[in-house]
Design a protein around this ligand. Structure first.
Ligand code: SIN
Length: 305
C-alpha cells in the first residue's frame, strides 16, 4: 500500500501533516519558531501577543503536578508592534503556515490586534479568549456576548482564517463553539488549560506567584477530548484538538473524537521536539495497519453510535 496521506486542509490552509504546536510553546521568537518548523510540524502557532508589552508574572510561574503542569506565565509578550519583526523574520525561514495568536482585555482589542497584524503574510490568526489566569482574557470566551463581539471584530479586520481557542472551563463548550462559528470563526481550538491552583505547604499560600494557573498535560486530555467531541457535533467548521497529546495514540483519540488537526504543547517539555516525528511515524504506521489511505477517514469516527 502507498503511504497514507497525512495532509489536511484547515479553512483553506494546506498543512503537510496535522501536527501543530500549542500556542505558548516556543513561539515567541523567530529562532524558536524556526526550531519548531524543523521538527516536522504541519503548521505553527505563535505565543499569544497583545496590543501592549507585558513582562508576565513573577516566578514561580510553572509547577509540575501529577498528570501535568500548572502554568501561570501571565501572557508575557513584547507587544504586537515589536513582535511583527519576529514574525517577518520567522516567515523568511520556516516555509510553513504560521498562525499568530492574539489576546485582548476587551472584545474590541481582538479586532484592533488582528487589524494591526493583517498585512503580515501569515496563514491566519488564533484568538486566545481563554487564558484561565490573566484577569479579563478568559472572561471574553466565557461570555457569549463578549465572545461574539471579539470574533466579529476580528472577522471585520481580516479575510484570513480565524481560529478561536476556547476554554474547557465553560458550562457549555458546544454553545461557545456555536457562538464563535456564528460570529465568523473558521475553526475552533479545543482547548486551552483548566483553571487550577497549587498550595505551597511551607508558605501556607498558593504556590504560583500569579495565584491561579492553567493545567495542561495528560490530565487535560479527557477533558479536551470531550470538548472536541461536543464541538464536532455542534459546528461545521474544523476543530483542532489540544491537550495532553504525547503519543500517536493520543492524537488518534482526538481525530476519532472529531479533530481535523492537533496541537502539542506540554509533551515538548517532557519529550523534546522529537515528539512530533514520533507521533507522525506512529500515525502513519497505524493508518497503514488499518488499511486507511487518508487521515481524514479517522476524523469523527467515534460519533458512529
Ligand atoms: C500565559 O502566558 O499565561 C498562558 C497563556 C494561556 O493560558 O492562554
Amino acid at each position: 500500500m502507498v503511504k497514507p496521506c497525512l495532509q489536511v486542509e484547515l479553512a483553506g490552509v494546506k498543512l503537510e501533516n496535522p501536527l501543530m504546536n500549542a500556542s505558548g510553546i516556543l513561539g515567541l521568537t523567530s529562532y524558536s519558531l524556526a526550531r519548531l518548523a524543523e521538527a516536522g510540524l504541519g503548521a505553527l502557532v505563535t505565543k499569544s501577543v497583545g496590543l501592549k508589552p507585558r513582562p508576565g508574572s513573577p516566578n514561580p510561574t510553572v509547577v509540575e503536578v501529577p498528570g501535568g503542569l500548572v502554568n501561570s506565565m501571565g501572557l508575557p509578550n513584547p507587544g504586537l508592534e515589536a513582535f511583527k519583526s519576529e514574525v517577518e523574520e520567522a516567515l523568511s525561514k520556516i516555509g510553513k503556515p504560521l498562525f499568530v495568536s492574539v489576546f485582548g482585555f476587551s472584545p474590541g482589542e481582538y479586532g484592533e490586534a488582528v487589524r494591526k497584524l493583517s498585512r503580515l503574510p501569515v496563514a491566519g490568526f488564533e484568538l486566545n479568549v481563554s487564558c484561565p489566569h490573566v484577569g479579563g482574557v478568559g472572561e471574553i470566551g466565557g461570555s457569549p456576548e463578549a465572545l461574539r463581539e471579539a470574533v466579529k471584530g476580528a472577522r471585520a479586520s481580516t479575510g484570513k482564517p480565524l481560529f478561536v481557542k476556547l476554554s474547557p472551563n465553560l458550562t457549555s463548550f458546544a454553545e461557545a463553539a456555536r457562538v464563535a462559528e456564528e460570529a465568523g470563526a473558521d475553526g475552533i481550538v479545543a482547548t486551552n488549560t483548566v483553571r487550577s491552583m497549587v498550595i505551597d505547604l511551607e508558605a501556607e499560600r498558593p504556590l504560583l506567584a500569579g495565584v491561579y494557573g492553567g493545567l495542561s498535560g495528560a490530565a487535560l486530555k479527557p477533558v479536551a477530548i470531550r470538548c472536541v467531541y461536543e464541538a464536532y457535533e455542534t459546528v461545521k467548521i474544523p476543530v483542532v484538538g489540544c491537550g495532553g497529546i504525547f503519543t500517536w495514540r493520543d492524537a488518534v483519540e482526538y481525530f476519532m473524537a472529531g479533530a481535523s488537526a492537533v496541537q502539542v504543547g506540554t509533551a515538548i517539555a517532557y519529550r523534546g521536539l522529537e515528539v512530533f516525528r514520533d507521533i507522525l511515524s506512529g500515525l502513519s504506521a497505524y493508518l497503514e495497519a488499518k488499511g486507511l489511505d487518508d487521515l481524514s477517514r479517522l476524523v469523527g469516527v467515534a460519533h458512529k453510535r
